[in-house]
Each structure stands twice: as structure tokens, then as C-alpha cells.
Design a protein around this ligand. Structure first.
Ligand code: ASP
Ligand code: MG
Length: 610
């Protein structure tokens, strides 16, 4: 019999009436002939209340006791939910994380799941019970209660769906689904019918975090079909699946992070090992870095910029000071920035998406400080006070409000083949502890090198709105498919842009740039007809602070200089000299324990971003 996991968030179980409504959904699903596992969060603001209570007692609660306290919120909910199901005439059993066997590591308040046993849940399901599992919690190897970090019930739900091989993991919430952007910022935001895991990961910051991004990483890793649905009505919600929607819109959504801080290391030596030194220090200090940008060095020095959460700024500045103390260079920072991103698979096949985004920003007098891209995302860093204006303008510019509402997706999508190897023959063994060992370990799914790219760099551009728009409009009008775009922070009022294009488009690009650069007399264009671009693709690249450190260490140890860096949620790209691509690829593949380079991984296919 197929299994459905239904997760109900705090607002969906806030009071008796809503608990009854949630119970009714589960009962209806069971009566339609499926087995149901409910995952329930703490009621309403319960977790916040508990955090507040602890704060009244001490400013430094020990994490172990915090977990002991916070886990009670979910325990209360599951018991009440079981009672509600009983009242509706079905059998149900509530279970805590420990009772299900959610084993985690010992990092209290932000634990990661190591394994989950399925025996007890399966026995209960087979006995005709609805299983009601407490979200957000587990136990470490000494049976200390742990929690998975705020919002962690989504991760519990995705993980249970993975180990139980559920046909669907439904996330019931107080919104209609995933929106094209946060409706509180853009009132005309519309609900998305379907997004891919990658789009959803890139959109992770969208809509006040509709879902915990670790839950999406899980879903992607184990190919769990997810659906975000409203708990207060029977809407179809948003399907999150391996494939993008068909037809694929150019831009699926606009995401933003209102508050980011930028730290730049200016004038550091442009030689092997430097990035490794910086990122090892950041990783040792457990500072999660968001955007990383390094553009082409000039006269033996390079500039690297990255963004961190504001809370980590002080610590990061200390690290940056230590790094420049050893290496040379100076540190700059800006604490009041926002990141605005457009996301969509469609930009892989349409030209001019970047130009359009930059134009919209320019028309609204918004200056762009930094640009990074991936195949399906373009992110810009702008002044924080312009965040709302930018999000509204970009959302309008891509006509996301007017999306035609396609008919709701019917039925369950066919599942792609699982990549997880599970011991199906030894049922007993598999049932005792699901051997999805290290469930949340970082997964670098692929690393590839591309030598069929050239780099174009423009320096000494005026740092004013409209420059990037002019450049990329001209390039798109010239019929050139741009792949990666990097703009680092401006220095002395002059900004710089680097991008990659197919080698046979270099001449066309230089020609196309003549007109827009006419306005910028001081601008200088340089190019490298052949570069090597390495891409590390995977999930959890951001939440695991040591990925950058490992990546740059591998390159540094191989004496490979990093010329450019560009990041997204699901990919880190670095540019190196073309003749070092194969060495770099091998070094990276061995660091991340992928099979050594075969010719196929050095692709020469060009995939356009913009
Ligand atoms: N109750 C926890 C929180 O509020 C977990 C969750 O709701 O997902 O963060
Ligand atoms: Mg919650």
C-alpha cells in the first residue's frame, strides 16, 4: 500500500479546531486507501514561547536543555493529534523522535539526521494505524534529545518520506503554496504550480521561507515528491519535483534576502593557495558564506568578496583581518545590503534574461554592487533600502503577476529512478535501521570541467545604474549566449564585469560592446580566448561551511590559481587557466571522492545562462 507523509506546521495545528481539521485530512487520506504518516510541529507560537521562557531564566541556556525544552512543543501536538484522530474513529499512535528512532549527531539545536528506523512506523501502519510523528526532534547516540534547527519539522517530514519510500510528502501550511515572490512585499505575487528541486533550492529564501531548505535538499537527494498545500482549503498547492514545469517559464520566481553583509578582501595576492587560506579560516570559524565573488586579478592582485549573515559580520571581520595580516591586502565591508535573485530553468535557453533584469533595476535607479549567476539564477547585491523597490520592479518586469494559471496538476508524477541504494532483499535489516547512512551529509553530485569558454572582462566602468544593463543588452542583441556573469564590488567609483561566452563569439562580443562602451571612455576590455571553468554541483553546499575550504584547498595544493569564483545554492564555479583544467578537475574529483576524470567530464558543450 502506498504511503503518504502529511506534515502540519504550527499554524495548521494552532488550536483544537485546526487540529481536528488536520486529523480529518489524514483520516480522509487513509480512507482513500493509503497509509498515512503525519508529522506535526509545535502549536502556533509555542516554540517561540518556550524560547522566551528560557530567556527569562537565563541569557545562556545550555543547548542540551534548550532541546529538552523545545522538543516538548511537538510532543504536545502529536498527543493532541492522536486524540483527534481517535475521535474521528480511526486508530492512531503518536511517537516522539526517540520512539521513531530518528538518530542525529550531537550538535544540539542544529542537529543533523544520521539514520531513521522504520520498523516501528511500519508495524503501526500495517496494523492500520495512522502514525503521528513529532517533527523537529531526534536523539543522539546517548539518547540526549536533539532538535534540527528552527523550522526543522519539514526536514523530519522529507526524511520520513525518504526512508518510507512514500509516494508523496505533503507539507500543509497557512499559505496556498509557493509564490513567485513574498506576497507581503509584492501583493500581485502569484502561486506557482510546479517548481523543480533546483529552482526551489535557489528560491530557498523566498516567501519567508515556505520550507526549510534542508528539507528540499533531502527531497532532492532521495527523490521525494514534495507538495506544499494549504491546510485551510482543498487547493492543489505547489508541486516540487525533479523536473521543471512544462512549458518552462523564463523566470519562475524572484527571491531576496533582505539583510546581508558584504566583506571584501582587496588587493590580496593572485596566486595559488590564497583562496584556500581564506576559506579554511572561515570554515574553521564555522561561518556560513553565501555569495562568493572573485573576478580576474589585475597586476598580481585579486579582490574577493563574499556575503555573510549580519550576525556573523563581527566574527568574519576578525577572520578577514587575520587573513590579510598574513597575506597582505585590505578589508572592506558593507553591512546594509540585500540580495535579489531571479530563478528559472527557462534562462538556460533564452538570451537576454540578465540584460532584462539589469535594465529593470537601472530604470528604477538601483545600482548593482555585485553580480553572481548559475545556470538557473542571477543574483545581485543592492542597497538594503532599495530591496522592496527592486523586488517589485523585477517581479513586474518579468510579468510574474500575470502568469496564466495553468490547470492544477493532477495525480502523482512518475518518480524518477532512485539514486539511493537500499538493501531491498534483506527486508529485516533494512527495517531495523534504514541504512541511508549519513542522510544529511553533503552531497557533491558532480564536478565537471568546461574548456569551451572564453572570458571577457571590462574594467574601469562607471559605478552607476544602467551600466550592466547596457553591456548585456548589447551582448544579447549581438546574439551572444552569455554563461557566467561576475561583477565584484566597485573600487574608487569604478566597477568591473567579467563574463564567459563561447570562444567563437569573442569577436562578436567585442564588436557588440563598442557602442555601449563608447559612453564609458575609461572602460577597458580584455579577454582570454580559452579558460577552464570547473563546476561543483550538489546540495548543501551552503549549509556545509567546509565545502569552499575543501575546494580551494584542493586547488591550492595542486598549485592552481583561481581566477574567478561564482556561487549559487547548488553550485560553485571557478575559472582557472585552460591548460590547468584537467589537473584541477582531477584534484576536485578526488577531494570530493568522485571517480577520477574521464574524458566525458571535460565537456565542451556550452550551456547558456542568460
Ligand atoms: N516547532 C519548531 C519551530 O518552530 C519546528 C517547526 O515548526 O518546524 O521552529
Ligand atoms: Mg514552524
Amino acid at each position: 500500500m502506498s504511503i503518504v507523509v502529511q506534515k502540519f506546521g504550527g499554524t495548521s495545528v494552532a488550536d483544537a479546531e485546526r487540529i481536528r481539521r488536520a486529523a480529518q485530512k489524514a483520516v480522509d487520506t487513509k480512507r482513500s486507501g493509503r497509509q498515512v504518516v503525519m508529522v506535526v510541529s509545535a502549536r502556533g507560537k509555542k516554540t517561540d514561547e518556550l524560547v522566551g521562557l528560557a530567556a527569562e531564566i537565563t541569557s545562556k541556556p545550555r543547548p542540551r536543555e534548550m532541546d529538552m525544552l523545545l522538543s516538548t512543543g511537538e510532543q504536545e501536538s502529536v498527543a493532541l493529534m492522536a486524540m483527534a484522530v481517535h475521535e474521528l474513529g480511526e486508530e492512531a499512535i503518536s511517537l516522539t523522535g526517540a520512539q521513531i528512532g530518528v538518530r542525529t549527531d550531537g550538535s544540539h539545536t542544529k542537529a543533523r539526521i544520521i539514520s531513521i528506523s522504520t520498523q516501528r512506523m511500519k508495524d503501526a501502519l500495517d496494523a492500520g494505524q495512522i502514525v503521528i510523528a513529532a517533527g523537529f526532534q531526534g536523539v543522539d547516540e546517548d539518547f540526549n534529545i536533539t532538535t534540527l534547527g528552527r523550522g526543522g519539522s519539514d526536514t523530519t517530514a522529507a526524511a520520513l518520506a525518504a526512508v518510507l519510500d512514500a509516494e508523496m510528502c505533503e507539507i500543509y501550511t497557512d499559505v496556498e503554496g509557493v509564490f513567485t515572490t513574498d506576497p507581503r512585499v509584492v501583493s500581485s505575487a502569484s502561486k506557482i504550480e510546479q517548481v523543480s528541486y533546483d529552482e526551489m533550492l535557489e528560491l530557498a529564501s523566498l516567501g519567508a521561507g515556505v520550507m526549510h531548505s534542508r528539507s528540499i535538499e533531502f527531497a532532492k537527494k532521495y527523490r521525494v515528491n514534495l507538495c506544499v498545500k494549504p491546510s485551510y482549503l482543498d487547493g492543489p498547492g505547489t508541486l516540487i519535483s525533479p523536473q521543471p514545469a512544462q512549458p518552462t517559464p523564463t523566470v519562475t520566481g524572484v527571491a531576496f534576502v533582505r539583510s546581508e553583509a558584504r566583506v571584501s578582501l582587496i588587493g590580496i595576492p593572485d596566486h595559488p593557495g590564497v583562496m584556500s587560506r581564506i576559506f579554511s579560516l572561515l570554515s574553521d570559524n564555522r561561518i556560513p558564506v553565501d555569495m562568493v565573488v572573485q573576478n580576474v586579478g589585475v597586476a598580481g592582485t585579486a579582490n574577493v568578496s563574499f556575503t555573510v549573515g549580519k550576525d556573523d559580520l563581527r566574527k568574519t571581520l576578525n577572520v578577514a583581518a587575520a587573513a590579510t595580516g598574513d597575506l597582505g591586502g585590505t578589508v572592506q565591508h558593507d553591512a546594509n545590503l540585500s540580495k535579489v535573485s531571479v530563478v528559472g530553468h527557462g534562462m538556460q535557453t533564452h538570451t537576454g534574461v540578465a540584460a532584462q533584469m539589469f535594465r529593470v533595476l537601472a530604470d528604477n535607479s538601483i545600482n548593482i554592487h555585485i553580480v553572481t549567476t548559475s545556470e538557473i539564477k542571477i543574483s545581485v547585491l543592492i542597497d538594503q533600502e532599495l530591496c522592496e523597490r527592486a523586488v517589485n520592479a523585477v517581479h513586474d518586469g518579468f510579468q510574474l503577476a500575470q502568469q496564466l494559471n495553468q490547470p492544477p496538476h493532477v495525480g502523482v508524477p512518475s518518480k524518477a529512478p532512485k539514486t539511493v541504494t537500499r538493501n531491498d532483499t534483506s527486508q529485516l535489516e533494512a527495517d531495523i535501521v534504514s541504512q541511508l547512512s549519513g542522510m544529511e551529509e553533503i552531497v557533491v553530485s558532480d564536478i565537471y570541467g568546461d574548456t569551451d569558454q572564453a572570458r571577457v572582462t571590462i574594467t574601469h566602468l562607471d559605478d552607476i545604474p544602467g551600466v550592466a544593463a547596457d553591456v548585456f543588452t548589447a551582448v544579447a542583441d549581438g546574439g551572444v549566449l552569455v554563461d557566467m556573469i561576475i561583477q565584484n564590488v566597485a573600487l574608487d567609483g569604478k566597477s568591473n564585469i567579467s563574463f564567459t561566452v563561447p570562444p567563437d563569439s569573442v569577436a562578436k562580443t567585442i564588436e557588440a560592446l563598442k557602442a555601449p562602451l563608447h559612453k564609458h571612455a575609461a572602460a577597458q576590455v580584455s579577454c582570454d580566448e580559452r579558460i577552464g571553468k570547473l563546476s561543483v554541483v550538489g546540495i548543501g553546499l551552503r549549509s556545509h561551511t567546509d565545502v569552499g575550504a575543501r575546494l580551494f584547498r584542493a586547488l591550492g595544493d595542486s598549485e592552481i590559481n583561481v581566477q574567478m569564483v561564482n556561487t549559487s545554492e547548488i553550485k560553485v564555479s571557478v575559472v582557472v587557466a585552460a591548460d590547468q583544467t584537467a589537473t584541477a578537475l582531477n584534484a576536485l574529483r578526488s577531494t570530493f571522492e568522485l571517480s577520477p576524470n574521464e574524458d566525458a567530464q571535460l565537456s565542451s558543450s556550452h550551456s547558456a545562462t542568460t
